[in-house]
Design a protein around this ligand. Structure first.
Ligand code: CO
Length: 134
Protein backbone atom coordinates (compact mmCIF):
# COMPACT_ATOMS: atom_id res chain seq x y z
CA UNK A 1 0.00 0.00 0.00
CA UNK A 2 1.18 3.52 -0.80
CA UNK A 3 1.06 5.77 2.26
CA UNK A 4 2.96 9.02 1.76
CA UNK A 5 5.28 11.08 -0.39
CA UNK A 6 8.86 10.14 0.46
CA UNK A 7 10.85 12.46 -1.77
CA UNK A 8 10.89 14.67 -4.84
CA UNK A 9 13.72 14.09 -7.30
CA UNK A 10 15.17 17.14 -9.01
CA UNK A 11 17.52 16.82 -11.99
CA UNK A 12 20.42 19.27 -11.83
CA UNK A 13 23.44 19.97 -14.02
CA UNK A 14 25.81 21.04 -11.28
CA UNK A 15 25.26 19.53 -7.85
CA UNK A 16 27.54 21.97 -6.00
CA UNK A 17 25.80 25.00 -7.50
CA UNK A 18 22.38 23.56 -6.71
CA UNK A 19 23.34 22.73 -3.13
CA UNK A 20 24.37 26.36 -2.63
CA UNK A 21 21.08 27.58 -4.11
CA UNK A 22 18.97 25.28 -1.91
CA UNK A 23 21.08 26.17 1.15
CA UNK A 24 20.20 29.83 0.56
CA UNK A 25 16.49 29.13 0.11
CA UNK A 26 15.88 26.53 2.84
CA UNK A 27 18.83 27.19 5.20
CA UNK A 28 19.50 23.46 5.47
CA UNK A 29 22.73 22.28 7.07
CA UNK A 30 22.20 18.55 7.16
CA UNK A 31 22.77 17.44 3.58
CA UNK A 32 23.24 13.75 2.84
CA UNK A 33 25.56 12.95 -0.11
CA UNK A 34 25.63 9.67 -1.96
CA UNK A 35 26.62 8.12 -5.30
CA UNK A 36 24.24 5.52 -6.73
CA UNK A 37 26.35 3.48 -9.17
CA UNK A 38 23.40 1.58 -10.58
CA UNK A 39 21.64 4.80 -11.68
CA UNK A 40 24.90 6.61 -12.58
CA UNK A 41 24.01 9.57 -10.38
CA UNK A 42 25.31 11.59 -7.49
CA UNK A 43 22.66 12.67 -5.01
CA UNK A 44 22.44 15.40 -2.38
CA UNK A 45 19.32 15.27 -0.25
CA UNK A 46 17.77 16.97 2.74
CA UNK A 47 14.48 16.95 4.59
CA UNK A 48 11.85 19.67 4.43
CA UNK A 49 9.43 18.47 7.11
CA UNK A 50 8.68 14.84 6.26
CA UNK A 51 9.53 15.11 2.56
CA UNK A 52 13.06 14.84 1.23
CA UNK A 53 14.29 16.85 -1.71
CA UNK A 54 16.75 14.85 -3.75
CA UNK A 55 19.04 16.84 -6.02
CA UNK A 56 20.46 14.48 -8.63
CA UNK A 57 23.34 14.97 -11.04
CA UNK A 58 24.43 12.49 -13.72
CA UNK A 59 27.86 10.88 -13.39
CA UNK A 60 27.86 9.52 -16.97
CA UNK A 61 26.44 10.59 -20.33
CA UNK A 62 24.22 7.52 -20.52
CA UNK A 63 22.72 8.19 -17.08
CA UNK A 64 18.90 8.56 -17.13
CA UNK A 65 19.41 12.01 -15.56
CA UNK A 66 21.72 13.14 -18.40
CA UNK A 67 19.12 11.99 -20.94
CA UNK A 68 16.34 13.77 -19.04
CA UNK A 69 18.28 17.07 -18.88
CA UNK A 70 19.23 16.98 -22.57
CA UNK A 71 15.55 16.49 -23.47
CA UNK A 72 13.76 18.65 -20.93
CA UNK A 73 16.36 20.70 -19.07
CA UNK A 74 16.82 20.92 -15.33
CA UNK A 75 13.78 20.58 -13.09
CA UNK A 76 11.49 18.18 -11.28
CA UNK A 77 12.42 14.66 -12.38
CA UNK A 78 10.18 12.39 -10.30
CA UNK A 79 7.93 12.07 -7.28
CA UNK A 80 8.57 9.13 -4.97
CA UNK A 81 5.83 7.53 -2.91
CA UNK A 82 6.51 5.35 0.07
CA UNK A 83 5.09 1.85 -0.13
CA UNK A 84 5.10 -0.90 2.47
CA UNK A 85 5.82 -3.38 -0.32
CA UNK A 86 7.07 -2.07 -3.66
CA UNK A 87 6.81 -5.48 -5.32
CA UNK A 88 3.20 -5.98 -4.19
CA UNK A 89 2.25 -2.50 -5.41
CA UNK A 90 4.01 -3.07 -8.76
CA UNK A 91 2.00 -6.23 -9.28
CA UNK A 92 -1.27 -4.51 -8.38
CA UNK A 93 -0.58 -1.40 -10.50
CA UNK A 94 0.58 -3.46 -13.49
CA UNK A 95 -2.62 -5.51 -13.29
CA UNK A 96 -4.50 -2.18 -13.61
CA UNK A 97 -2.83 -1.75 -17.01
CA UNK A 98 -0.23 0.85 -15.99
CA UNK A 99 3.12 0.39 -17.74
CA UNK A 100 6.16 -0.10 -15.53
CA UNK A 101 9.81 0.77 -16.10
CA UNK A 102 10.89 -1.69 -13.41
CA UNK A 103 9.09 -5.01 -13.06
CA UNK A 104 10.80 -5.62 -9.70
CA UNK A 105 12.19 -3.37 -6.97
CA UNK A 106 15.91 -2.54 -7.13
CA UNK A 107 18.34 -0.86 -4.74
CA UNK A 108 18.30 2.97 -4.73
CA UNK A 109 19.65 5.84 -2.61
CA UNK A 110 19.25 5.70 1.20
CA UNK A 111 19.41 1.90 0.95
CA UNK A 112 15.78 1.83 -0.19
CA UNK A 113 14.08 -0.56 -2.58
CA UNK A 114 12.80 1.48 -5.51
CA UNK A 115 10.95 1.04 -8.81
CA UNK A 116 9.64 3.43 -11.45
CA UNK A 117 6.30 3.48 -13.24
CA UNK A 118 6.39 4.53 -16.90
CA UNK A 119 5.64 8.26 -17.39
CA UNK A 120 3.71 7.44 -20.59
CA UNK A 121 1.24 5.63 -18.32
CA UNK A 122 1.15 8.24 -15.54
CA UNK A 123 0.29 11.44 -17.40
CA UNK A 124 3.91 12.44 -17.88
CA UNK A 125 4.83 12.29 -14.19
CA UNK A 126 7.74 9.94 -13.56
CA UNK A 127 6.55 8.08 -10.48
CA UNK A 128 8.78 6.15 -8.11
CA UNK A 129 7.71 3.71 -5.43
CA UNK A 130 10.14 3.24 -2.57
CA UNK A 131 10.38 1.12 0.55
CA UNK A 132 12.76 1.21 3.51
CA UNK A 133 14.87 -1.94 3.70
CA UNK A 134 15.00 -2.51 7.43
CO1 CO B 1 14.00 8.92 -6.19
Amino acid sequence: MIRSINHIGIAVKDLEESIELYRKIFQVEDIHRETVEDQKVEVASFLIGDVRLELTQATAEDSPIAKFISKRGEGIHHIAFESDSVNDDLERISAEGVKLIDEKAKLGAHNMLIAFLHPKSTGGVLTELCQSKN
